[in-house]
Write a protein that binds this ligand. Structure first.
Ligand code: NAD
Length: 424
């Protein structure tokens, strides 16, 4: 693997290493020359911010955050903001790169970005969380704008945090700038359907994969890792379509019932108890057991690097629906492919969120809002078109679906780069 221009070489197995390894494979299929490869390997710009927050007890605590823009050739950058103790610059680089490919695979006019703060938000009071968010938003506001970079929620961030970011940016401008973030509440310019959008994309792409095998949701069992924003909507929507959800998990552990879990009851339980642990409708399992649970569809919807060379051979599902970004390592990919697992790669599977974020951005810019039906019809149209484009790329080139999705996406970015030319 080639280092970046500043000598950076991500350590083997890290998310950025995984992203670069996937990129090199797709770049080889496309026959890209080293100049173009090098351009696409590099993030365009990166900002590290160290900032103070006054805690409730009067003490001052420093936090570190990032915002990385990977590529802006196809439009302004789009990407989530994550609050997590394990956030680091290389993780942000990987996630920003995947966002570029994700936007390109669904053919929406954005480049990729990602941001995050090293923090466990559970350790903060609501007041501290609000202050941290407003200060971080202020620090990254030199990169953020409706025309340049539009954040959205990711792990441990939500509608409320987007509302605070939008308000902070607007206070600095002196007027409301609703299009600066997506995933904000509907009351302040958010889009109908955004909350469910990522899970909806996972549900739609999996439905198409099932169709290709002559099956419907009523024929299958599903296990979902991660029961946050993406995982809970994935489980709920698949259950509504007739699937039997046999296992779910979160950071606290998991719960399983081979006869099916009541997803609505689980969602209410998590609203009250925060975690799925001790849910009375099933038996306790670990996250490792969940990944190996007997089911037809496994939907990892938590973090990167969950399915690895250590556990891939234990996966019993025959469809892998990647709600999370980067849940599967390249070594695990090979094991799963050899086992005949049908992989719906992350940049396609979880692209429903950024697609409705695109709709939200358009609506916010125009202050003209669409109905829920318009949104779900347009989402379905875009996701299905991308799904079938990836399947035909895989078929024509005789390559795996992950490489096919990346090839389709990278080719679009390359074409845009060639048309614009390298400045000056
Ligand atoms: P979230 O914070 O709402 O939920 C994350 C869930 O994962 C929680 O249930 C948490 O308990 C669980 N989790 C955390 N660490 C875990 C571990 N080690 N083992 C098992 N479970 C664990 O976050 P989210 O927005 O649902 O994001 C989940 C994934 O989906 C991330 O990879 C994110 O980048 C990706 N994603 C999110 C969106 C979006 O719109 N929010 C869009 C596309 C992709």
């Amino acid at each position: 693997m080639k280092p970046l221009a500043d000598g950076t070489l991500p350590h083997e197995g890290s998310p950025y290493w995984v992203a670069l390894k996937q990129f090199e494979e797709a770049a080889s299929v496309l026959g890209l020359d080293e100049g173009m490869r090098s351009f696409l390997r590099h993030p365009k710009r990166e900002l590290t911010v160290n900032f103070p927050v006054t805690m409730d007890d009067g003490s001052l605590r420093m936090f570190t955050g990032y915002r990385v823009h990977h590529n802006t050739v196809r439009g302004p950058t789009k990407g989530g903001i994550r609050y997590h103790p394990l956030v680091d610059l290389n993780e942000m680089r990987a996630l920003a790169m995947w966002m570029t490919w994700k936007c390109a695979v669904v053919n929406i006019p954005f480049g990729g970005a990602k941001g995050g703060v090293i923090v466990d938000p559970d350790e903060l009071s609501i007041n501290e969380l609000r202050k941290l968010t407003r200060r971080y938003a202020t620090e990254i506001s030199i990169l953020m704008s409706p025309e340049g970079d539009i954040p959205s929620p990711d792990v441990n961030t939500n509608q409320q945090i987007m509302a605070w970011i939008m308000d902070t940016y607007s206070m600095h401008k002196g007027y409301s700038v609703t299009a600066v973030v997506t995933g904000k509440p509907v009351e302040i310019g958010g889009s109908l359907g955004r909350q469910a959008a990522t899970g909806c994309g996972v549900m739609l792409t999996t439905r198409e994969a099932l169709k290709m095998h002559g099956k419907t949701y009523s024929d299958v069992t599903v296990a979902v890792q991660g029961f946050g924003y993406v995982g809970s909507f994935t489980a709920k929507l698949m259950a509504t379509e007739g699937a039997t959800i046999v296992a779910v998990s979160d950071v606290s552990g998991g719960v399983a019932n081979s006869n099916g879990l009541d997803t609505e009851a689980l969602i209410s339980y998590v609203e009250q108890n925060k975690f799925v642990q001790d849910f009375p409708g099933g038996d306790a399992i670990t996250n490792e057991e969940l990944l190996a649970y007997k089911c037809d569809v496994l939907a990892p919807c938590a973090l990167e690097n969950q399915i690895t060379s250590q556990n891939a051979d234990r996966v019993r599902a025959w469809i892998l629906a990647e709600g999370a970004n980067g849940p599967t390592t390249p070594e695990a990919d090979k094991i799963l492919e050899d086992k005949g697992v049908f992989i719906i790669p992350d940049i396609l599977c979880n692209a429903g969120g950024v697609t409705v974020s695109y709709f939200e951005w358009v609506q916010s810019l125009q202050s003209f809002f669409w109905s829920e039906n318009q949104i779900s019809d347009r989402l379905e149209h875009i996701i299905l078109e991308a799904f079938h484009a990836v399947m035909s790329e895989a078929e024509v080139r005789k390559i795996g679906k992950r490489v096919a999705a990346q090839v389709l996406a990278i080719d679009r970015v390359v074409k845009a780069t060639e048309l614009r030319g390298i400045y000056p």
